[in-house]
Each structure stands twice: as structure tokens, then as C-alpha cells.
Design a protein around this ligand. Structure first.
Ligand code: GSH
Length: 213
């Protein structure tokens, strides 16, 4: 074995103001070494620059590079990193009821929670008058936020009584809504996201995101 051979560093292809911030937070929690390769959204279209397509054909962020693997989808990246570097801290043991709960929350972030969040964001930017879409999106968002509020009210976290990768993955939608419109109707969710945003790893991710804005 060549002990002098440098281990290739984890690379995060990061787009400014994007879902990728939660992967920075996760990498901070895991305490692994990583490098950020930063990209900037187009000022007119808000889309990612074409260089990201050279990394993965979708041209979206986050993209993670580790040991020759190119991984897209925040959920898959989060699972990959957690299973490889943080299984004993940021996820429950397999073959437990908590692990099943954890899996559900991991899919919830880009599944049920994301659709109404994106609809509301696009409606806000577009500014158009809709027939039913606005009220549909608001109704669905209320269901999502109520479910989250009730879930975190029991133990202060989504799974068990400590931070897991599921909290980090779901923080993107919750934090964005908190920053846009507050969460006054969901008091437990509001305290939960304020607690998460104050965590050192989350603060570091915020600082780095601002650096690459
Ligand atoms: N489901 C994907 C979504 C990736 C995605 O849409 N990323 C956005 C940033 S939040 C993006 O790259 N947008 C720029 C573009 O589509 O050109 C994930 O969870 O990573």
C-alpha cells in the first residue's frame, strides 16, 4: 500500500441559493474533509450554468463526487454520506422501527413536502392569477406543515430525540418557508427550525452559502 498516495477528497458541486446548502451542513456534521466547487445561477433564468452539465447530464445541484462515484439527488447523497460516514450518529440502527420512520422522512423531503413548496415558490415568482392552483398549493402546504409541526412536537426532532440526517434533509423546505412567511401558525415547527438553524454545522453551512452567493 502506498501510504503517501493522497486520498481523493469529496467534492460537492454547489449552486448558490439551492438545496445544496443542506449537503454542506451534513458534511459539517459528519466531520469529513470536502471541497466545494461553486456554480452561480444565471441572472435572468435563475438556472444553473452549463458547466454543471459536464458533471452530470441533468445540470442540477447538488452533485457529489466521492471515490469515483458521481451522485445526484439530495436524498440519495444524504443516504450515501450518512451510511458511509455517520451511520452511528445521524441515522437509527437498521432493523428498528425508528429506521423505518427515518426512511419515510428521508423520502418526505423531496416527495410530499417539495411539491407544494415549489408550486408556491413558482406562483410567487410568476405572479399570475390562477384558477385553482394557488388554493390547492396552500391547502397542501398546510397539511405538510401541520404534519411536521405535530411530529416534532413530541421529541423536538423528526426521529427520536436527537438530530438525524432526516432533519437536515427536511430543513430546506422548512427554513425557506420560515424565512419567507414565518411559521407563526406552527409554533413547535417554528421553535424546531430556529433550533436547527442555530446549530454550529447549520451556521457554518449558512456562512459558506453566503460566501458563494
Ligand atoms: N431532486 C433534486 C433536485 C435538484 C434541483 O432541482 N436543484 C436545483 C437547485 S435547488 C437546481 O439545480 N436548479 C437549477 C437548474 O435546474 O438549472 C435533488 O433533490 O437534488
Amino acid at each position: 500500500m502506498d501510504l503517501n498516495k493522497e486520498k481523493p477528497m469529496i467534492k460537492l458541486h454547489h449552486l448558490n441559493a439551492s438545496r445544496s446548502k443542506r449537503i454542506i451542513w451534513l458534511l459539517e456534521e459528519l466531520g469529513v474533509e470536502y471541497e466545494i466547487v461553486a456554480y452561480k445561477r444565471d441572472a435572468t433564468t435563475n438556472l444553473a450554468p452549463p458547466e454543471l452539465k459536464a458533471i452530470h447530464p441533468l445540470g442540477k445541484s447538488p452533485v457529489l463526487e466521492d471515490e469515483g462515484h458521481i451522485i445526484v439527488e439530495s436524498g440519495a447523497i444524504t443516504e450515501y454520506l450518512t451510511e458511509k460516514y455517520g451511520a452511528d450518529t445521524l441515522m437509527p440502527a437498521r432493523d428498528t422501527a425508528k429506521y423505518i420512520e427515518f426512511k419515510q422522512w428521508m423520502h418526505f423531503a423531496e416527495g410530499s413536502a417539495m411539491l407544494p413548496a415549489l408550486l408556491l415558490m413558482f406562483l410567487r415568482v410568476d405572479g399570475c392569477k390562477t384558477n385553482m392552483l394557488q388554493s390547492y398549493a396552500e391547502g397542501e402546504m398546510h397539511k405538510i406543515l401541520s404534519h411536521l409541526n405535530n411530529s416534532v412536537s413530541k421529541t423536538g426532532y423528526l426521529v427520536g430525540s436527537s438530530l438525524s440526517a432526516a432533519d437536515i434533509l427536511n430543513s430546506f423546505v422548512i427554513e425557506n418557508i420560515y424565512k419567507k412567511s414565518g411559521l407563526d401558525h406552527y409554533p413547535d415547527l417554528k421553535s424546531y427550525i430556529e433550533k436547527l438553524m442555530a446549530m454550529p454545522g447549520s451556521q457554518k453551512a449558512q456562512t459558506l452559502e453566503e460566501k458563494y452567493l
